[in-house]
Design a protein around this ligand. Structure first.
Ligand SMILES: Nc1ncnc2c1ncn2[C@@H]1O[C@H](COP(=O)(O)OP(=O)(O)OP(=O)(O)O)[C@@H](O)[C@H]1O
Length: 272
């Protein structure tokens, strides 16, 4: 059984090259974690006293303004960052999908990149060999898959990366928002694969600014604010508090059709 537990965890970033005069200006800003400068080295407190318990089957949306701590929290949940204070325990294999391009090598072919990226996300070579034809077909890149990745356009790279990411079998899937940033036509095609990916993941945490994505893939949510968990509960309840209106009242007919009538998020408070 997979799970992630975090107890009173904080993550600080000491900034060794910050100038104190410009820091004052920053402290007046509205975004980002708290900047402390009591010591000799200024510190950005990106996460402050986080306590969370996530388990198998959880589908958690992560929302909050720029600099609220979403990406840092995802990295803490992935075990990439250790808490500066407090503790964390991760049980299960994590597939961190933070940047679609990470783990890609521009000098090797599309086919080779499929393998490398799959290994990076925790798959074995054998597992990837079984999937490579399916991924190749999904990308529609044809003979380009024999060419070095540096010859690809941005959109072509995204197709390749999405093909691989949606083919894995993650125990813990952590998605940062970049995944939504592809052109609408291809996203429509990738959506079904993403949905299947989420279905076979043990635990999902998905940082995203799009209501539609969150409503389709998540049933609970965490609202981050200045490094704190401001609210953790049912998706509808959290999104309504965060946005100041109920996004479930404005669901597009297309999304409604995709969700079907049985979706837990459409009844009550979003699956809680
Ligand atoms: N490597 C780092 N070094 C120093 N400060 C950092 C680092 N990473 C994040 N921060 C700071 O931590 C705070 C939280 O940043 P984080 O990237 O987690 O926010 P976010 O909610 O993901 O923001 P966004 O929606 O803009 O991506 C910010 O104040 C940011 O400046």
């Amino acid at each position: 059984m997979v799970s992630i537990d975090v107890w009173n965890a904080s993550v600080d970033f000491p900034i060794f090259d910050a100038k104190s005069r410009s820091l004052k200006k920053l402290a007046l800003g509205k975004v980002g974690g708290k900047i402390g400068s009591e010591g000799r080295v200024p510190i950005i407190e990106a996460l402050h006293d986080i306590t969370l318990s996530l388990k198998d089957g959880d589908r958690v949306g992560l929302v909050g303004h720029n600099g609220a701590g979403k990406s840092t929290l995802l990295r803490l949940l992935a075990g990439i960052y250790e808490p500066t204070r407090g503790n964390s325990r991760i049980i299960g294999k994590v597939a961190p999908v933070f940047d679609l391009g990470v783990g890609m090598d521009p000098e090797i072919s599309g086919y080779e990149n499929i393998m490398i990226r799959g290994l990076f996300l925790g798959m074995t070579r054998k597992e990837m060999e079984k999937r490579v034809d399916d991924i190749a077909e999904f990308t529609e890149l044809g003979d380009y898959l024999q060419m070095p990745l540096r010859t690809y356009s941005t959109g072509m790279r995204v197709r390749l990366a999405l093909g691989v990411v949606t083919s894995i079998n993650p125990e813990i899937l952590l998605l940062d928002e970049g995944i939504g940033a592809v052109d609408a036509a291809f996203m429509a095609k990738a959506r079904d694969r993403l949905k299947d990916l989420v279905k076979r993941s043990g635990l999902l945490v998905f940082a995203n600014h799009s209501d539609e994505f969150l409503i389709e893939f998540c049933d609970t949510a965490i609202w981050m604010d200045e490094g704190h968990v401001k609210m953790h509960g049912g998706l509808r309840e959290v999104l309504t508090a965060y946005k100041g209106h109920d996004p479930f009242e404005r669901i597009s007919p297309e999304l409604l059709a995709r969700l079907g009538h049985s979706s837990p998020v459409l009844s009550g408070n979003g699956g809680e």
